[in-house]
Design a binder for this molecule. Structure first.
Ligand code: ATP
Length: 584
């Protein structure tokens, strides 16, 4: 498959806005691609090289991409920078510079999908001393053989900025149409994706073995399952009504979600984003081996820092020390953790995802030998709103964040946010009952005491429909001195000279950041605003939504990616709920 053919479709995808046209173009591309190359195509179109859980990252920094472009175009560095700043994105700049006086290749016979993919793979895998230079050499060799149009997409991909506006679910739609003969099969594909988290593999099987092949993708130890997510409702009575009057309340603990796969003596731990975090928690590995009796099993639990003497849960901040890459043995002693199991998706040859909560909980009770380091999340069944409120207070007194209320009849719905689980958090001293996770996209210089560090950050929510990040607030409170030192270091690699093309903003900060770092905030309320584009027109024509009195809670949500941030749709819903409460 020629890379030029892929690029031709990418150009069309970019030009379309309607979902139907996007699906059709994508379906055409899938049909055209040889079976064995489909996984490569799918990963590249997702802007990746492999499924997330394998942790293969491309990530060429802005300054290096500019350097490669400078060499390829033969233009002075200043000229290249100017083109970049003016066009606002590396791809457009490359297309322009290489198109001028035909600097790029006229045709690109040698550039195949496979060559582009393989080169990216080599770049991602190169590490250690001198690796930057060899990565750049590889990238430059691709660009040297690329036409201006191809260079545009190669550089965007290299910088992790492909943005074709193609969501995973659109790829599934296109796959159903192109390879299984109709959209009707989308549900089967979706299920296969949700239990395997590997879109390339699902599409490949659809092409090779058809519907039966896809149906044969089952929950498997070693392959992470896309997590079940909770909805939110503001009141205990509301939750009871929604679930039919009979619920199970569980403590909502404040730690890190862990999906634990055990196969005999081998234990792997995946984060909420399905990245491997086994090395962070050698103790959890040991506890799972020792205290979970099922030989082959997939469990889910919340890892929480604990006080060993008293057995009490400690705040999330304590757990953050464990995220360091070095000195884990020391950290393990200093910050001990307990794993609190709340679900089981597979146990000794049996898939539990389709079974009701009550059966899954019974299985957990059967297979976990409970002690202070490996236990089940406290749970209690009830039909009473008052009891929910009491249990909520108890959970908070014990160091929890609130409750997770679960429908005893509900299955484990992988990859979906639904009403099988509903979270009920503590009422903060504000109208908003829930925290909001937002992405840092800019910073504003500080004055006075904050001179020399940033005074405020510009934050954005996520809009999955447009796959972009509209801004929603500036935030300057809640940061400790330690945070003010640490956050700029985290942000440094994502600094951008231009407004990142996937950020929507009217305000212009002193520094832009590519959307990457997610932080947790609370606010007193959500208001209409003319200067923030989040949720523009969804409540009132010409207005977006903004946070009033936003405050950083102290939590950097590094287990969340930018597209796991709170969505615009959720914020619009929160705005409506809040207004209803005020009216009541
Ligand atoms: P999302 O709902 O997208 O995960 P979030 O992480 O901000 O967003 P939270 O309000 O933190 O959502 O609630 C979900 C998280 O709560 C889970 O991912 C899990 O880590 C944690 N959690 C704590 N206790 C439980 C429990 N008993 N059952 C399920 N999840 C729990």
């Amino acid at each position: 498959m020629k890379y030029a053919a892929v690029v031709e479709s990418y150009e069309k995808l970019e030009a379309h806005t309607g979902r139907l046209a996007i699906t059709e173009t994508l379906a055409g591309l899938l049909k055209e691609t040889p079976k064995e190359e489909l996984p490569m195509l799918v990963y590249l179109t997702q802007g990746k090289l492999r499924p997330d859980y394998e942790g293969v990252e491309l990530g060429i920094a802005e300054k290096y991409a500019l350097r490669v472009l400078q060499v390829a175009s033969g233009k002075p560095a200043e000229h290249v920078r100017k083109a970049y700043v003016e066009s606002g994105d590396i791809g457009t700049a490359a297309q322009r510079l290489l198109g001028e006086g035909r600097q790029g290749a006229l045709t690109s016979d040698s550039l195949t999908l496979k060559r582009v993919y393989d080169t990216f793979f080599v770049i991602a895998k190169t590490s250690g001393e001198g690796s930057i230079e060899s990565k750049l050499k590889e990238l430059a060799s691709l660009i040297a053989d690329a036409t201006a149009e191809e260079a545009k997409y190669i550089l965007r991909t290299a910088m992790g900025e492909l943005r074709l506006g193609v969501a995973d679910y659109t790829i599934l739609d296109a796959c159903a149409v192109a390879l299984l003969g109709g959209k009707g099969h989308r549900k089967v594909l979706e299920r296969a994706y949700n239990v395997s988290s590997d879109l390339g593999h699902v599409v490949e099987l659809a092409a090779e073995k058809g519907l039966d092949g896809v149906k044969n993708i089952h929950v498997q130890v070693g392959k992470p399952i896309r997590p079940m997510l909770a909805e939110r409702l503001p009141t205990a009575q509301g939750i009871l009504d929604k679930m039919g009057g009979d619920v199970v309340m569980e403590y909502k603990l404040d730690g890190e979600r862990a999906q634990i796969h055990k196969d005999g003596d081998k234990v792997q731990i995946f984060s909420r984003r399905l990245e491997l975090i086994t090395p962070t928690y050698p103790d959890v590995v040991e506890y799972t081996k020792k205290y979970v009796t099922s030989k082959k099993v997939i469990l889910e639990g919340e890892v929480v820092a604990v006080n060993v003497e008293t057995g009490e849960y400690l705040p999330f901040q304590e757990l953050m020390h464990r995220r360091r890459k070095h000195g884990i043995a020391e950290m393990m002693k200093q910050y001990p953790v307990a794993v609190n199991f709340f679900d089981v998706m597979f146990s000794d040859g049996e898939d539990f995802t389709g079974k009701p909560y009550t059966q899954r909980r019974a299985e957990l009770e059967r297979i976990v030998k409970q002690n202070e380091f490996a236990r089940l999340v406290p749970a209690q069944r009830t039909k009473s709103a008052e009891e929910i409120e009491r249990y909520m207070e108890e959970a908070i007194t014990q160091g929890g964040e609130g409750l997770m209320v679960k429908d005893p009849k509900a299955a484990y719905t992988a990859g979906a946010r639904g009403f099988g689980w509903i979270k009920l958090k503590r009422e903060y001293r504000s109208e908003l009952t829930d925290t909001i996770d937002l992405v840092i996209v800019g910073a504003i210089h500080g004055r006075g005491r904050r001179a020399g560090v940033y005074g405020a950050y510009l934050l954005a929510a996520y809009d999955p429909r447009k796959d972009n990040f509209p801004t929603i607030t500036k935030i300057g409170t809640g940061f400790s001195d330690e945070d003010l030192q640490a956050i700029p270091k985290l942000l440094k690699p994502y600094e951008s000279e231009v407004k990142p093309p996937n950020v929507e903003s009217i305000l212009v900060p002193d520094v832009w950041y590519r959307p990457k770092i997610v932080i947790e905030t609370i606010a007193s309320e959500i208001t209409l605003s003319p200067i923030y584009p989040a949720g523009l027109d969804s409540v009132r024509k010409g207005s977006g939504l903004a946070l009033r009195f936003p405050k950083f809670t102290g939590k950097i949500r590094d287990e969340k990616g930018p597209d796991d941030a709170t969505t615009v749709k959720e914020i619009v819903e929160m705005y409506r709920t809040q207004n209803k409460k005020i009216r009541e």
